[in-house]
Design a protein around this ligand. Structure first.
Ligand SMILES: CC(C)(COP(=O)(O)OP(=O)(O)OC[C@H]1O[C@@H](n2cnc3c(N)ncnc32)[C@H](O)[C@@H]1OP(=O)(O)O)[C@@H](O)C(=O)NCCC(=O)NCCS
Length: 168
């Protein structure tokens, strides 16, 4: 069996700081417009940004991360609604799975793990920004109960971005 597609040894777990290099590599691969070095990822994990990883031993094959937003973020103003305000919002930052393992439910499992953790730590809603053209990701969020909140007034990284929200 191809070791890359063999799902038998895959686990979904919280990231640890020793995952930083691999997380930075994946970030660069899937979100090249986000410039996050391994040192930055290390600091983010230490500072409480929650990462869940899809891993085989110490190899990282996917991740989701979120941070807590205490204040409304003015950049989250959409054409339809003002910025969200909530004392505890989980802002999901990135979600990715390596192509060899896509379509096997790992993206949904990572999302479910992040939402479960966000709820456990007292978040009342989750927010997700996604490129308008990313139909596959949008489908996952909608299936997970996210609703379209609107399109960001300002482009992000020069892209049209939609905001999705889900109560927890
Ligand atoms: C978005 C992403 C994380 C989804 O991961 P995944 O592990 O493939 O997701 P799942 O296997 O849980 O499947 C999710 C849905 O996508 C569908 N899907 C899988 N592969 C697909 C493909 N090649 N084309 C279209 N839909 C596909 C699945 O059928 C499933 O929907 P269904 O349950 O209704 O059938 C992954 O595609 C990815 O890493 N993309 C690049 C990074 C990205 O765009 N991230 C999102 C923005 S933050």
């Amino acid at each position: 069996m191809d070791p890359l597609t063999d799902s038998s040894a895959l686990t979904l777990r919280r990231a640890v700081t020793t995952d930083s290099v691999r997380l930075a590599d994946l970030t660069k691969r899937f979100f090249p417009y986000i410039h996050l070095s391994a040192d930055h990822v290390f600091e983010r994990i230490k500072n409480g940004i929650v990462y869940f990883v899809l891993a085989r031993d110490d190899e990282v094959l996917g991740f989701i991360d979120f941070e807590l937003n205490a204040e409304p973020n003015p950049r989250h103003a959409t054409a339809e609604k003002p910025p969200l305000s909530s004392p505890k919002t989980a802002k999901i930052l990135g979600l990715c799975v390596v192509p060899e393992l896509q379509g096997q439910g790992w993206g949904k499992k990572l999302l479910a793990a992040a939402l479960g953790e966000a709820k456990d730590i007292g978040c009342t809603q989750a927010v997700m920004l996604v490129e308008e053209s990313n139909a596959k990701a949008i489908r996952i969020y909608e299936q997970a109960g996210f609703q379209r909140h609107g399109k960001l007034v300002q482009k992000l990284w020069d892209k049209d971005v939609l905001m999705f929200v889900r109560l927890l």
